[in-house]
Design a protein around this ligand. Structure first.
Ligand code: BG6
Length: 504
């Protein structure tokens, strides 16, 4: 349970109108409203804030608030909502029903927003959240632009949910469309992985601890593994996932962003542009894939029936709305290189998949072995494990002497866990991201060039797959850790995937 704290008001936080398009959708229910509620509980919202929930569903305001409360009770990190706090918080929520493509909605929205300004006695900052299917982005933007609803470049901001385009051309087209209507500094393209506390901590770990910096390069690091394993299936999202697959859903965004945080040079400052420039430099230096390297270094696979966590799981091709001969990949593994001085020829192995044996996001930094052998027995090389979730820890694996009269070695761990070091609960990624957007801090959001460069990296892979259709698609049983080919990818380099099993 979070206790409502009284922080001094943050001067960067001005009166806000938060307009959520797609407010009766799953994201709003599970993530956005619980995040805003927790920001309210911890006094991170300004004195004047208004949530305008826009959706096409025909639902009465009271019923809508009740539905949101159920979401908070179920998904909020602070547990079931305190009824008084919820009553106060939810009195800030207004429901506006309408068709995103109909001009009438935007008249009503303008009136609502003006009423908010009147109540606050000032023009509120406006934060628009596009939690909608990509096909609505252009119509909503056009209406906001025509009606001058988001015209104040310094205080009106737009958060665009992923997927941002479905390939480089569509992302580029969308960027052109948006930047004709809004300034780039108004556009906040979200990648929620960047808002995760443990991902933000990688910046602190790397750039506030000089002890690791001299080791953070090709001279000391053998390779890096980034795994985002999920036990969940595609569930009811097949409509979207069939077109996306793991490469568009996870690799182009979340995993490449994790790679950037691990691979980037130290930014000049924590200013948004300084940080984003360094991340962009990593993306630009990723070795382009060719027909040959796609064949050699990339594995795509799809789950067949099996058991995840002892629960029977049907094959991907039997899921609702999935074509019976679908070649959509639910698993991806690949070997990437960053062609710069720091990382020359250090492989970054990335893998992600649905219906895997374990739910965990882990980065393993594998150091090289000691060059000179002093001990008779084999010595395991050091390894640094950054567990993004669910363990939330950083541990360094090193060799130690087993107590006794002989010289025997064993690998032991030196751990940092949030649980042991902090009393504070970890905020949810969406809390951090919504708060940053309200303050106008875009550090953790994607700039247009970052998104497009990330697309450029994956396009040769997508194009090769298009040519080959199903050739090369592998299969793995639900509940396993992916296809054999993914293990082979490392085996042929004399390496193996680090098998991380969550401790909880
Ligand atoms: C989303 C993907 O962006 O990230 C989902 O669309 C995936 O398919 C999710 O399950 C994973 O996020 P998290 O925060 O649960 O690791």
């Amino acid at each position: 349970m979070i206790v409502k704290k009284m922080y001094p008001p943050d001067p960067a936080l001005k009166a806000q109108s938060i307009i959520i398009f797609g407010a009766n959708g799953d994201l709003c229910w599970r993530k956005l409203i619980p995040a805003l509620y927790n920001l309210y509980l911890t006094d991170h919202l300004p004195e004047f804030f208004f949530i305008v929930a826009v959706d096409h569903s025909d639902i009465k305001e009271e019923a809508y608030r009740k539905h949101l409360l159920e979401g908070v009770d179920q998904f909020s990190r602070s547990g079931k909502a305190d009824r008084t706090a919820w009553k106060n918080f939810s009195s800030h929520i207004n429901y506006l029903q309408g068709d995103f493509t109909n001009a009438i909605l935007y008249d009503a929205l303008n009136k609502k927003l003006k009423a908010c300004d009147l109540k606050a006695g000032q023009r509120c900052n406006r934060l628009f959240y596009y939690s909608v299917a990509p096909r609505f982005i252009e119509s909503i933007s056009e209406e906001l632009y025509k009606n001058k609803t988001a015209s104040q470049k310094d205080i009106d901001r737009i958060i665009v949910e992923k997927p941002f385009g479905s390939d480089w051309a569509s992302a580029n087209k969308l960027n052109t469309f948006l930047t004709k209507r809004f300034a780039e500094k108004q556009l906040y393209r979200i990648d929620h992985y960047l808002g995760k506390e443990t991902v933000q901590n990688i910046m602190a770990f790397r750039f506030a601890n000089y002890v690791f910096e001299p080791l953070w390069n090709k001279d000391f690091i053998d390779h890096i593994q980034i795994t985002v394993a999920e036990t969940v299936s595609v569930g009811s999202r097949a409509g979207y996932y069939e077109q996306a697959g793991a490469i568009r859903d996870m690799i182009q965004n979340h995993l490449l962003q994790l790679l950037c945080v691990i691979g980037m040079e130290s930014p000049k400052s924590l200013h948004a542009e300084a940080v984003r420039n360094q991340k962009l430099a990593v993306l630009k230096n990723i070795r382009p894939f060719t027909k040959a390297s796609v064949a050699k270094n990339i594995v795509r696979a799809q789950y067949t029936a099996g058991k995840t966590k002892d629960i029977p799981q049907i094959a991907y091709r039997s899921e609702e709305n999935v074509a019976s001969g679908s070649v959509t990949e639910t698993f991806f593994a690949g070997k990437f290189f960053i062609d710069n001085e720091r990382w020359e020829n250090v492989p970054f192995y990335l893998r992600t998949g649905k219906c895997l044996a374990t739910q965990s996001s882990v980065i393993a930094i594998q150091f090289k072995n000691t060059p000179h052998k002093v001990f008779k027995e084999d010595v395991d090389a050091n390894r640094l494990i950054i567990s993004v979730q669910p363990d939330n820890e950083i541990s360094l694996w090193f060799e130690s002497k087993v107590p006794g009269l002989e010289m025997k070695l064993k690998t032991v761990e030196m751990d940092f866990t949030y649980r042991e070091s902090y009393e504070e609960q970890l905020p949810e990624a969406y809390e951090a991201l919504l708060l940053d957007a309200m303050k106008g801090d875009a550090t953790l959001f994607m700039r247009n060039d970052q998104v497009e460069t990330a697309w450029k990296i994956v396009m040769p892979i997508i194009n090769e797959w298009k040519k080959q259709v199903s050739t090369g698609l592998k299969f793995y049983a639900a509940g396993s850790m992916g296809p054999k080919a993914a293990d082979e990818l490392l085996k042929k380099d004399g390496r193996e995937w680090y098998a991380h099993l969550p401790k909880k």
